[in-house]
Design a protein around this ligand. Structure first.
Ligand code: AMP
Ligand code: MG
Length: 402
């Protein structure tokens, strides 16, 4: 058996970011940028008004008060998208909307609340400072400046900034493709009758969902019975993807055929068995076209080993940084454990006065899938650890589900 951190290292050592491709901005959410992006333009592109009101010369408002307003002639209007034609002379005002171009000759904006209209003229009821309520060209982004660097994961703000920077396409790393194969004579789909001895195939849903959540493209989900030939043929079909995930059949049972099938197909074993609870029989190997993970079939074990080993590989293939999901939290309650294997403990997180606290799920069994409901993180209690007292700081892997 190898340590979980060693297993993770062995996986990540074999991963490099997939090649890049041009992607439409609308389809780029969650991808990792593979180019530096500079804006060709100033943002904002022109000096504009931050308020609805009147563009004026600050000097013309000297001495204006509520009880003795200054009167200015309105010579034009500047609306969003429709700049004024006129330029502003002394004693004049131009009606202006938020976001509209500041007319030539104006150096400030009086807010509409500080004005009134009388006889076709505007009464300004207070003095304004020059430059007030003007947003200057390039204040957000200076034309030519790099706004996003290669390696950034694109979220909603990044998409907005890219659009502001005149980009409708961006170069991103390709998304890894994943095929999932579940194994077991007992498995039935959620729509099938529950014959004697049948087990609902939950991994066929949770595992592809985990892959999709991390930005991978699920190219197929298949099921194989516990038969050596069927298993081998089914695995052969899943190898046409960057990552193959096989659930179940990797342990030492008389009807576990996955390891033999992988050997027959020439998939090179990198490790089998990790000192982790749950997840001991986890298998990892590779072939020229991609990586193969054999995860234990128990629903919690499959999710946990996916999160700790497959997910980092998918993130790294997509050009991202898996270590960003690691942090620490304080254990909320005492945790009982014998040394010998690391434990991955599903936890909910709570922010208290002294930082984040992790509360372990009440029930532990690797078949208790409902213990994953509401989990925000996996706390990793190292192999050598015995009981861990409440308040101890432990390493956690965030599930990233917000
Ligand atoms: P295995 O790893 O094949 O020995 O399976 C271990 C346990 O997980 C058994 O109780 C299986 O019935 C169960 N199991 C295996 N595959 C799945 C699956 N796809 N969905 C739900 N349970 C499964
Ligand atoms: Mg099985």
């Amino acid at each position: 058996m190898i340590e979980i951190e060693e297993a993770r290292r062995l996986v990540l050592e074999r991963v490099s970011p997939l090649p890049s491709e041009s992607v439409e901005l609308r389809r780029s959410l969650g991808r990792v940028l593979a180019e530096d992006v500079a804006s060709p333009e100033n943002v904002p592109a022109f000096d504009s008004s931050a308020m609805d009101g009147f563009a004026v010369r600050a000097d013309d408002t000297r001495g204006a008060r509520r009880d003795s307003p200054v009167r200015l002639g309105i010579v034009d209007e500047s609306r969003a998208g429709h700049p004024a034609r006129a330029s502003l002379g002394a004693g004049q005002a131009i009606a202006i909307s938020t976001g509209a171009v500041i007319p030539t000759g104006a150096d400030s904006v009086v807010r509409v609340e500080e004005t009134g209209l009388r006889d076709g003229m505007v009464e300004v009821r207070c003095e304004v400072q020059a430059r007030r309520d003007i947003r200057y060209a390039g204040e957000d982004i200076r034309g030519g400046d790099t706004v996003l660097q290669s390696g950034v994961r694109l979220g909603p703000a990044e998409l907005g900034v890219l659009a502001s920077s005149a980009r409708s396409c961006v170069v991103c790393h390709r998304r890894p493709t994943v095929r999932v194969l579940t194994t077991g004579d007992e498995l039935v789909g959620p729509e099938e009758p529950l014959r004697p001895g049948a087990v609902r195939n939950s991994n066929a849903y949770s595992i592809p969902a985990l892959a999709e959540r991390v930005g991978a493209e699920v190219a197929g989900v298949a099921a194989a019975s516990d038969d050596p030939d069927v298993t081998r043929a089914a695995i052969a079909q899943t190898l046409e993807s960057d990552v193959t995930v096989i659930c179940g059949g990797v342990s030492v049972g008389a009807h576990d055929y996955v390891k033999q099938a992988l050997a027959d197909l020439g998939v090179e074993e990198v490790f089998w068995r990790v000192a982790l609870k749950p997840g001991k029989p986890t298998w990892f190997g590779r072939h020229p076209g991609g990586l193969v993970f054999g995860l234990p079939g128990n629903p919690v074990s499959a999710m946990v080993t996916f999160i700790l080993l497959v997910r980092p590989a998918l993130i790294a293939l997509g050009g991202g940084q898996p270590e960003r999901l690691r942090t620490t939290a304080r254990l909320e309650r005492d945790y009982q454990k014998c040394p010998g294997r690391a434990h991955a403990v599903r936890c909910s997180l709570e922010l208290l006065e002294d930082g984040w606290h992790a509360r372990a799920a009440e029930r532990h069994g690797s078949h208790i899938l409902t213990s994953m409901l509401g989990a925000h993180a996996l706390a990793i209690i190292p192999t050598a650890c015995g009981d861990v007292p409440a308040g101890e700081r432990v390493e956690i892997e965030l599930l990233g589900d917000g």
